[in-house]
Design a protein around this ligand. Structure first.
Ligand code: ATP
Ligand code: MG
Length: 364
C-alpha cells in the first residue's frame, strides 16, 4: 500500500513535466546532440524526469542512457557508475576513458549515449568534476554521439563560477528550468498517488489542499509532500483529514529543525536550543544573552561538557542572529545595558521540540 509514496516508485504518468521531457528529447536527438543543464530546486522532479527520458530513449531505440548519482569525489562517482552497470573495470584503471570503452562496446555506431550526472553539488569537488566531464567529452569524440545531462540545484547562470571557461565553451550546456510547482499542481501530483492507495472516501480534498499550500510555501518539494502525506496517513484515524495533515506539517517542521540543529556546530545548536528554552521561561518569548550564557554554563557543569569561552559565546550569538534564528536588540542604559534575544514563536516551539529529542550529552 505504501509503495506509491517511496522515492523509487515511478508513477505511470509524468505530470506537469511533459514539456520539459519533450524538450530534453529534442535536444538529445538533434543531429548533433546538445548537453543539457537541468536546473531546479529540490523535489521538483528532475530525477524522475530523467528516468522517463531514459525509458523513452531506450524504448525508441535511439540509444542508451547511463545514470549516476554523484558521490563525494569523482573517483567514487566513477565507481558508482561502474557498479550500476556492472562494467568489469579494475579500480586502478578506472577512468572516463575505460568507462567510455565499455559503453562503446555496449552500443552501436549510430547510437546516442546519454550520460546523466545527478546533483554534482551534493558532495563532489567541482574541480574534479570539471576535469572529469572534459575527459568524458574527449573520450567519446568520434566514437559515439554523446549528450551529457546534469541534474542540479545549481542555477545555470552561475555555472561559469564553478567550471573552467574552456569546459563551458566546449560543452555549451543548454539550460532547462524546472519551475516550482504551484498549489493545484501539487494537489494533482498527490492525488495521482492517493488514487492508487486509498478509496476516495478515505481522504478529504480540503486536507490535501492544506498540505499543498504548506508545500508551496516551502518551494514545492514533492519529496517532502509525499513524506508528510505518509505521516498523515499513518496518523489518520478513519480518513486523511485536515487534523491529520496539520499533525504531519508539525512533524515535518520539527524534523526540519532537527536537521538544522544537527547541521550547526554542536555548541551553536545547543545555545540556540537554550535560547528557545529560556525565552519560554521568561515571558513573551524574550530572553537576554546573559541569561542564556548563565544557563549554558550551568548546564556545562550538570551535563559535564567543556563549555566554549566567554568571547566565543558572544560570537555565537552574533552568528546565530546573522543566520536569522533570532533578533538581537539592545535594551537598558548605562551599566544596565543588555542584549535581548527575540525569537519567532513558531520557530521557538519547533526548536524546543526538536532540541528535546537530541542527545546533547553525546553531542557536546
Ligand atoms: N511531476 C511529478 N509527478 C509525479 N511525481 C513527482 C513529480 N515531481 C516530483 N515527483 C516525485 O517527488 C519526489 C522527488 O522528485 P525528484 O527526486 O525527481 O526531485 P529532484 O528534482 O530530483 O530533487 P533533488 O534535487 O532533491 O534530487 C519523487 O518521489 C518523485 O517521484
Ligand atoms: Mg534528484
Amino acid at each position: 500500500m505504501w509503495s506509491p509514496l517511496t522515492e523509487d516508485y515511478k508513477p505511470p504518468v509524468l505530470l506537469f513535466r511533459d514539456e520539459h521531457l519533450k524538450r530534453m528529447l529534442e535536444l538529445t536527438t538533434f543531429p548533433i546532440p546538445a548537453n543539457i543543464w537541468v536546473q531546479g530546486d529540490k523535489g521538483l522532479g528532475k530525477t524522475l524526469t530523467a528516468r522517463f527520458l531514459s525509458a523513452e530513449i531506450e524504448a525508441r531505440r535511439i540509444g542508451k542512457c547511463y545514470y549516476v548519482e554523484c558521490q563525494k569525489t569523482f573517483t567514487a562517482t566513477l565507481k558508482e557508475l561502474r557498479d550500476n552497470y556492472k562494467f568489469k573495470i579494475p579500480t586502478y584503471v578506472l577512468s572516463p576513458a575505460t568507462i567510455t570503452r565499455k559503453i562503446v562496446e555496449q552500443t552501436e555506431k549510430d547510437d546516442l549515449v546519454c550520460l546523466i550526472f545527478d546533483e554534482p553539488r551534493k558532495a563532489m569537488q567541482i574541480k574534479d568534476f570539471d576535469n572529469g566531464l572534459y575527459w568524458f567529452y574527449n573520450s567519446f569524440l568520434g566514437k559515439r554521439k554523446l549528450s551529457i545531462i546534469i541534474l542540479s540545484q545549481i542555477r545555470f547562470p552561475v555555472i561559469h563560477r564553478i567550471f573552467a571557461s574552456d569546459t563551458l565553451s566546449r560543452m555549451r550546456f543548454k539550460p532547462i528550468l524546472f519551475e516550482n510547482y504551484d498549489v493545484p499542481q501539487i494537489v494533482e501530483i498527490l492525488k495521482q498517488r492517493l488514487q492508487i492507495m486509498l478509496d476516495p472516501n478515505q481522504y478529504e480534498l480540503k486536507a490535501i489542499v492544506r498540505l499543498a499550500r504548506h508545500i508551496r510555501r516551502i518551494g514545492g518539494d514533492i519529496r517532502e509532500a509525499l513524506d508528510l502525506l505518509a505521516t498523515a496517513i499513518k496518523h489518520a484515524e478513519k480518513k486523511v483529514d485536515v487534523e491529520a495533515v496539520e499533525y504531519a506539517i508539525e512533524w515535518g517542521k520539527t524534523r526540519w529543525w532537527k536537521n538544522e540543529l544537527t547541521s550547526l556546530p554542536p555548541h551553536w545548536a545547543y545555545i540556540l536550543y537554550l535560547t528557545a528554552e529560556q525565552s519560554v521561561q521568561h515571558s513573551e518569548g524574550i530572553t537576554t544573552q546573559s541569561q542564556v550564557k548563565t544557563e549554558y554554563e550551568k548546564k556545562a557543569k550538570e551535563i559535564g561538557f567543556q563549555p566554549v569561552g566567554r568571547r566565543s559565546i558572544y560570537y555565537i550569538f552574533n552568528k546565530l542572529a546573522e543566520k536569522g534564528y533570532f533578533e538581537q536588540q539592545k535594551a537598558g542604559a548605562g551599566r544596565q545595558i543588555h542584549t535581548i534575544l527575540a525569537m519567532d514563536e513558531g520557530d521557538r516551539r519547533h526548536i524546543l521540540k526538536a532540541g528535546k529529542e537530541m542527545e546533547w550529552d553525546l553531542i557536546l
